[in-house]
Design a protein around this ligand. Structure first.
Ligand code: CO
Length: 215
């Protein structure tokens, strides 16, 4: 544990060196433009991937980056980010090779978490006609990772938090991205939704695109 405190001191000093008033400014307020909803996986650190400093990204992470309509934790983060911080973008970011998605695809029995991952099972159920039995196991997991992001984007858009924001005329876009641990790069899945009217059409285009790429 000592090592972590030492690393913390070194980090704080490095930040202060590049901007002496950084922490002083930051302690007064946060004004992030982005809400990141990502996976808890230690290899997918939100701020680092997009090169953002503390104060620039509001973050919610859980296993398999799920947006569940009864999850008070995720909903509270979204409500605060949208209504009080007035973020302009909500980013749902999945990643290839997600352990949560793999556990769901392989129907692993891991304990309590199986219940959480039933939400990924639901995604597989929705798309079962396009999830071929003979597909390469790794490809299949990656395909479900992408489909899962598009479903979670729709789940974000369907909340009263986002619908009310759009009804008020608030400038807000919901995005679906996927990250590759293998090369550190993000891919935009094309579900960039700025109003309720375009939600369905953009979702269908993105899903068709995924099905084509994994055909
Ligand atoms: Co994951």
């Amino acid at each position: 544990m000592k090592e972590l405190f030492e690393k913390n001191i070194a980090w704080a000093e490095a930040v202060k060196e590049s901007d002496p008033s950084f922490f002083e400014k930051l302690s007064k307020q946060q004004a992030p433009e982005y809400l990141w909803i990502g996976c808890s996986d230690s290899r997918v650190p939100a701020n680092e991937i997009v090169g953002l400093m503390p104060g620039e990204l509001f973050v919610h992470r859980n296993v398999a980056n799920l947006v569940v309509h009864s999850d008070l934790n995720c909903l509270s983060v979204m409500q605060y980010a949208v209504e009080y911080l007035k973020v302009k973008h909500v980013i749902v970011c999945g990643h290839y090779g997600c352990g949560g998605v793999r556990a769901s695809v392989e129907r692993q029995r891991l304990g309590l978490i199986d219940n959480w991952l039933l939400n990924v099972q639901d995604v597989q159920y929705i798309h079962q006609a396009f999830l071929a039995e003979g597909q390469d196991a790794k490809e299949l997991v990656n395909k479900v990772c992408e489909l899962n992001v598009t479903e979670q984007v729709v789940n974000v858009c369907k909340t009263n938090i986002i619908k009310d924001a759009w009804a008020r005329g608030q400038d807000l876009t919901v995005h679906g991205w996927i990250y590759s641990i293998a090369d550190g790069l993000l891919r935009d899945l094309g579900v960039n939704i700025t109003n309720l009217e375009e939600m369905r059409s953009k979702y269908h285009i993105a899903v068709e695109d995924i099905n084509k790429r994994y055909a």
